[in-house]
Design a protein around this ligand. Structure first.
Ligand code: HEC
Length: 108
């Protein structure tokens, strides 16, 4: 009985703490965001490094990449790679590179 009361009080204060600092945990939500509309070509070619939901693994999170880079910059990165990423121009072809760039550029 006594322990249960103590537990309830402890849980209540944890809940209060959690809501109390809600704003300070906001920045980390960005890296936890997972995309649910990932194209098949992304799953096949990019997920190994960028994560199945683009949440990032060995390579950066891409769920907000459209806010950081222009479609042109994204296209260039996918086509030519760089900084540890392989280029995909010959593997995917222009059309698929364009599709993936447009998709990623819309992620803001
Ligand atoms: C072998 C691992 C690997 C694969 C596979 C890979 N990437 Fe990357 N990617 C990286 C790394 C590492 C970086 C970071 C490069 C840098 O910092 O310059 C990166 C960066 C990027 C960036 C720029 C992100 C930013 O914020 O600057 C984009 C866009 C991107 N990748 C898209 C893709 C797409 C689309 C595919 C699939 C066609 C793909 N990547 C496949 C490793 C990979």
């Amino acid at each position: 009985m006594r322990i249960q009361k103590w537990l309830a009080a402890a849980l209540a204060s944890v809940a209060l703490l959690a809501t109390g600092c809600g704003s300070s945990s906001a920045p980390s939500q960005d890296s936890k965001q997972v995309a649910t509309d990932v194209p098949a070509s992304f799953t096949q070619n990019c997920a190994a490094c960028h994560g199945a939901g683009m949440e990032g693994r060995s390579a950066p999170n891409l769920t907000k990449v459209g806010g950081r880079l222009s479609e042109e910059q994204i296209k260039n990165k996918i086509a030519n790679g760089g900084g540890g990423m392989p280029g995909f121009k010959s593997r995917l072809g222009d059309e698929e590179v364009n599709k993936l760039s447009a998709y990623l550029a819309s992620k803001k």
